[in-house]
Ligand binder design. Structure first.
Ligand code: HSE
Length: 437
């Protein structure tokens, strides 16, 4: 059997991981595919830096078009990141009838439709397992293993960097900045890490999961996003006193005519399964109407884990080529239908329980003013902690509420922020996963 030739654009963290796997596991891969899977060319602007891989230097080029236009290359892996150039390269490769593998979640979440349509039009495969959950084969599980089900809900820890930061703040009491630097040093974070900590990266991944679950791209801008960058160590400590920990959750639920889709820090009971997903690990819980709950767990970031997902797509496509099949499963695992795109429920209409941390002056009547405003909006308080502990010159009052509607909470916050007894903006964190026991 003729070898299957791979061209790689982008020799950074993920590209180097994929190359390392293709070289180290070439015998296993040959056995699994039934043909050699060969690296034919690697393009990167930097072809001088030593990636710690022994490689024939003639494979390297600074010109991505040498990969895209090489008639012998069957599969092009776009691992450079970014959106504009990456999109142009992917479209050019598809138009040259090359199968494409990418890890580029931002590109897929924001411009996926154009790429999915192009892949279908040119009858090539577009693999993007590495775009969600690093080394966890979650897209394959969703596309294939759960294909008999209507997906009812998704709950994920989808960003390894923010999970690492929250874990270090929770377990070691580290300051936010120190934990961020550790995550960068370990190679988990995007550069800059803004998209990791502000919820955008997790929202990109959630958009991809929802698109496959429902068969339509979602309007990415409609996914509610709140990051972990406003949390202070005291929020983590208070959450612990209530029996919760704080995680950056990505959540979606099928509401029939609409879909809930949001990414934000959430308090989850310490005995909840998501509370025990730590460090750079990711976990994705998906519930099908017939499968019931299913859970996927593993390393969500890093050179080796993400490289594993990239190479798994290459192997899947190489197997197709070997069997003379062009495309096996469409990118979103649905035959295109005229149904309208998925509509996302506005965040104001979402009901959850809440944690509030008020910064208040310590004098009589403050608590009753706060609870009065909450009561007017029908927000019922479940528990309160007020300690004499001064935080930035004021006293923290921390409350957990029963379920309340987002719009009611926003109205209450507008009024609360006008109270002269409150000295700072109120911190609000949603509570998920039921009550702590
Ligand atoms: N920066 C991402 C994360 C990994 O921290 O999860 C790549 O998706």
């Amino acid at each position: 059997m003729q070898p299957i030739n791979i061209g790689i654009i982008g020799f950074g963290t993920v590209g180097a991981g994929a190359v390392e796997i293709l070289l180290n596991n070439k015998d296993i891969i040959r056995n699994r595919v039934g043909a050699d899977v060969i690296i034919r060319r690697i393009a990167d602007l930097d072809i001088q830096t030593d990636r710690g891989i022994s490689l024939d230097k003639d494979l390297l080029t600074t010109d991505a078009m040498k990969v895209i236009n090489d008639p012998d290359i069957h599969i092009v892996a776009e691992l450079m990141g970014g959106t504009d150039k990456a999109k142009a390269y992917i479209l050019a490769a598809i138009q040259n009838k090359k199968h494409v593998v990418t890890a580029n979640k931002a590109l897929l979440a924001e411009h996926g439709n154009e790429l999915y349509q192009a892949a279908e039009a040119y009858q090539v495969s577009l693999g993007f397992e590495a775009s969600v959950g690093g080394g966890i084969p979650v897209l394959r599980a969703l596309r294939e293993g759960l294909s008999a089900n209507r997906i009812q809900s998704i709950m994920g820890i989808l960003n390894g960097t923010s999970n690492y930061i929250l874990t270090r703040m929770t377990q070691k009491g580290l300051a936010y900045d120190i934990a961020v630097q550790e995550a960068i040093d370990l190679g988990y974070a995007e550069d800059p890490p803004t998209l990791d900590v502000d919820g955008t990266d997790a929202a990109h991944k959630l958009a991809i999961l929802i698109s496959i679950a429902f068969g339509h791209p979602v309007p990415f801008g409609d996914i509610y996003r709140q990051g972990i960058d406003q949390l202070i160590p005291e929020d983590i400590a208070f959450a612990g006193e209530f029996g919760y920990c704080i995680k950056l959750l990505a959540l979606s639920r099928d509401l029939g005519d609409r879909v809930e889709a949001r990414v934000h820090p959430a308090m989850v009971p310490t005995d909840h399964i998501m509370a025990n997903v730590n460090e750079a690990y990711n976990a994705i819980y998906m519930e099908g109407d017939f499968s019931g709950p299913t859970l996927y767990y593993g390393l969500g970031a890093g050179r080796k884990a993400t490289g594993s997902a990239v190479v798994s797509d290459m192997i899947a496509i190489a197997r197709q080529i070997r069997q003379g099949v062009n495309t096996l499963i469409p990118p979103l695992a649905h035959v295109r239908s005229p149904e309208p795109a998925v509509t996302i429920q506005p965040i104001d209409e979402v009901n959850t329980a809440y944690y509030f941390r008020f910064s208040a002056v310590d004098k009589p009547g403050v608590l009753s003013k706060i609870s009065g405003i909450l009561g007017e909006q029908g927000i019922s308080i479940a528990s309160v902690i007020q300690k004499g502990r001064k935080l930035l010159g004021s006293v923290p009052i921390v409350m957990l509420t029963h379920e309340a509607k987002g719009s009611h909470v926003n109205k209450a916050l507008t009024q609360l922020n006008q109270l002269d007894v409150l000295t700072d903006k109120t911190m609000v964190i949603r509570v998920e996963g039921g009550e702590s026991t």
